[in-house]
Design a binder for this molecule. Structure first.
Ligand SMILES: Cc1cc2nc3c(=O)[nH]c(=O)nc-3n(C[C@H](O)[C@H](O)[C@H](O)COP(=O)(O)OP(=O)(O)OC[C@H]3O[C@@H](n4cnc5c(N)ncnc54)[C@H](O)[C@@H]3O)c2cc1C
Length: 373
């Protein structure tokens, strides 16, 4: 089995590539995943694991549909992976608060209106309500709303579960396999086809190929004469420990957030920086995150600082991913550019790409995410 030519080679073993491999294997496809380093160690490991809610019948845009499609599958996928592998990915419906200081009322109301229009359950909260709900919040917080369906996952654990589940389904995962180019053939009737993915020393033939290489995707698709504008956008995170936890909800304020984990850890995220492929923490980034956290929940000044890290989000011009067949190679696909939402959208991406590759049609219309040639 291992030496025979697989149905599909997936380039990239982040949450996107692994989810696609998992759902493909569920459909009976044989799959090889190639990763340039160890799988599951890049953006998918670094992320905060926030999973916002959705409502498929009320979703008013393609991206809202994708989010809702994922949302309704997270709980059952987590249970399925736990039963299959024994690994608990920490999926938890902790609920989420979006809160604002003076002057942020209009922004909050506009956002709340969007959720309400989508039919997502939401409670609008005054300053007094918020103090009752989470007494540790700063009295400077003036208003907010609560999304009870907001969930979280311990993404490093989810990746471990996905890797083991893939292996149990006979997916071959090859670490230390940086794909550098593709062997292709031109055919006058079927158009060009990819024959194999190549590393420095090996080539990996397959019937179909998926490029799911996160922030590195653009460099690879260029080999196939396709410009896909995915770029690295650095996000720094600070990890605190505070036992007992001062609050239970995920707390969002604009683009920054606090995510409480059940074991007393709190993630403070995240910066958004255009610094190329430079993955590191900076004094400025860490200081801004600590200041944000202390202002929002003053007692965090006494929390223990555990560690910091950063990751490279695969940024795209619209913030939406590319989920598409390649324009010039009939057996090539791309799933990349999920920016700040790759964990939440990984379930939908895995399931829908597996549908596209094995049947040519999908539960949701993916036109919005297609690469225009
Ligand atoms: C700080 C931070 C916080 C975040 N918080 C959240 C959140 O709360 N919720 C959410 O939904 N999303 C969040 N995200 C975004 C999310 O993490 C990403 O969108 C998602 O992980 C992208 O997954 P990926 O598989 O495309 O990329 P990656 O996880 O980066 O995986 C790409 C893989 O491809 C491999 N690769 C690259 N080039 C090659 C090659 N040539 N050959 C072989 N392998 C290759 C890499 O080694 C890597 O393993 C966050 C991201 C960051 C950085």
């Amino acid at each position: 089995m291992i030496d025979s030519v697989p149905d599909v080679v997936v380039v990239g073993g982040g949450v996107i590539g692994l989810s696609i491999a998992y759902f493909l294997s569920q459909r009976g496809a044989t799959v090889t995943v190639l990763d340039q380093n160890q799988p599951g160690q890049e953006a998918s490991w670094a992320g905060a694991g926030m999973l916002p809610p959705g409502n498929l019948p009320g979703a008013r845009s393609a991206s809202a549909q994708l989010r809702a499609y994922s949302h309704q599958r997270w709980r059952s996928l987590s249970q399925e992976l736990r039963e299959l592998t024994g690994i608990d990915n920490g999926y938890l419906e902790s609920g989420g608060l979006e809160v604002g200081y003076a002057g942020e009322g209009d922004r909050l109301q506009a956002e709340a209106n969007e959720w309400i229009a989508e039919g997502v359950p939401l409670e609008q909260l005054t300053a007094a309500d918020l103090q009752r709900c989470e007494p540790a919040l700063s009295p400077e917080i003036r208003q907010g709303y609560r999304l009870p369906g907001f969930a979280q996952v311990r993404n490093p654990r989810h990746l471990k579960a996905l890797i083991l589940a893939c292996e149990m389904r006979h997916v071959r995962i090859v670490a230390g396999a940086p794909v550098m180019q593709f062997d292709t053939e031109a055919n006058s009737t079927t158009g060009s086809r990819i024959l194999a993915a190549r590393t420095a020393n090996e080539h990996f033939p397959a019937s179909q190929f998926v490029i799911a290489s996160g922030a590195w995707t653009g460099g690879l698709t260029r080999q196939l004469q396709v410009e896909i504008p995915v770029r690295p956008v650095r996000g720094q995170i600070v990890l605190l420990s505070a036992v007992p936890l001062p609050f239970k909800h995920i707390i969002n304020n604009a683009s920054r957030y606090l995510v409480p984990r059940a074991d007393g850890r709190i993630l403070i995220g995240a910066t958004e920086e255009e610094t190329g492929f430079e993955k590191r923490n900076t004094v400025e980034g860490v200081a801004a995150l600590l200041q944000f956290a202390q202002r929002l929940v003053p007692e965090l000044a006494q929390a223990r600082l555990e560690r910091t890290w950063s990751g490279l989000r695969p940024g795209s011009p619209s913030g939406n991913p590319f989920l598409s067949r390649l324009p010039r190679h009939s057996n090539g696909y791309v799933a990349a550019g999920h920016f700040r939402a790759g964990l939440q959208l990984s379930v939908a991406t895995g399931e829908l790409m597996a549908q596209l590759i094995t049947t040519g049609s999908t539960d949701l219309n993916l036109e919005e995410f297609r690469i225009k040639s």
